[in-house]
Design a protein around this ligand. Sequence first.
Ligand code: LLP
Length: 419
Amino acid sequence: MAAAPFARFANADLEEITSTRPTPFYAHDLDGMHAAAADLVASFGNAPHLVAYAVKANSSASVLRTLVAGGAGADVVSGAELELALRVGIAPSSIVFSGVAKTDAEIDRALGAGIASIHVESIEEIARVAARARSLSVRAQVSIRVNPSLAKEAIATHAHVATGHDEAKFGVLADDMPFAFEALAREADAIDAVGVSAHVGSQLTEVEPYVASAAALMTIAQEFRRRFASTMRLVDTGGGFGIDYGSGCPVTPGDFIRAARPLLDRAGLGDLRHVIEPGRCLVAPYVVLVSRVVQTKASPSKPELRWLLVDAGMNDLLRPALYQANHRVAVISGGSGPLRPWRVVGPVCESSDDFGLHALPEEPPRIVCFRDAGAYGYTMASRYNGRALPGELFLRGGVVVHEVGRASDASWVSERLGA
Ligand code: LLP
């Protein structure tokens, strides 16, 4: 595939921006994110809803504030994410908290803040949350995350990000829900049973698995309402809306909502708050990871072997190494001549530090970027090989409104010297 010209991004000149900064860094288009959140919110029409943005995808405060301005709340999966969401000013009533192994301290923080729902993921967790609520003298707002037990093959995505099948550690199996109902009833002195949730998998590029999961959830939600009519307030059909990483994605995030909404209405649950937990689709397409080319490497005896060595590695963007994900590489500056296949690799000492084969100019570029890097990019970065975390830069209206520079090597050295 031809390299797209990418000198301009978010109405800004990336070459000029990069000229005075160390690489690699993530550049964020906050306007694009704001519009994506507002669009998704609008797809609910007048229906009661909460677009609970999955903070794990990209946890920069600038991103969170932007999405909240677009109408989103938050889905958090740790005490730290919860604290961050509260500190950027997200209303507790717009926060839900999932996670299979929440500690007592995390549960206490959620109870203290009075968030919309603690999504419990096991029958055992129900008693733990109730005990913490009693000891804090508060009532817990609890939903059950249901594992809809779909067949693995029905969840068309990478195995590492498929969650709605029996072997996944997530949620309470649909077949076990009677036991969860009993536990909720037993703890009724401390728990308000507020709803049910499901999340079937991530990077879904068709609505079918989402609809199948939502359909299984509705049957359970109806039973939930029969038992807990006075406290039930929400049905959460999860996130997972895919984006186009270059090989196509025929559906938009709004298509998932338009496919799932009628299921709530038909089940007589349309008056409840319809919660969704999108992460990727609100941030991924609006961020690039900018990287300088360090040098080329060729084999004189095997001319088909040609590497483009860049200064970003798997520690900066893990998705290709972990999921064989492809992030398109675009040229920001330099490069001329016909396009040739280059294997683009980073500096990390692992064979999997490999961004794949990309068609780039014969005379190689000086600066490139990896596209669609806004979700699970910086948040999965590490300091492996003594590498500093990448910088982060935020654009609004074509100008840099905030930035955090790439950390120095010296800071890593002094941290390790102290260990
Ligand atoms: N809700 C729950 C309970 C989740 O587990 C997830 C993602 C989401 C919502 C948000 O899903 P999204 O809308 O972003 O697909 N690191 C992987 C993705 C891991 C997803 C984990 N859970 C990647 O880079 O593809």
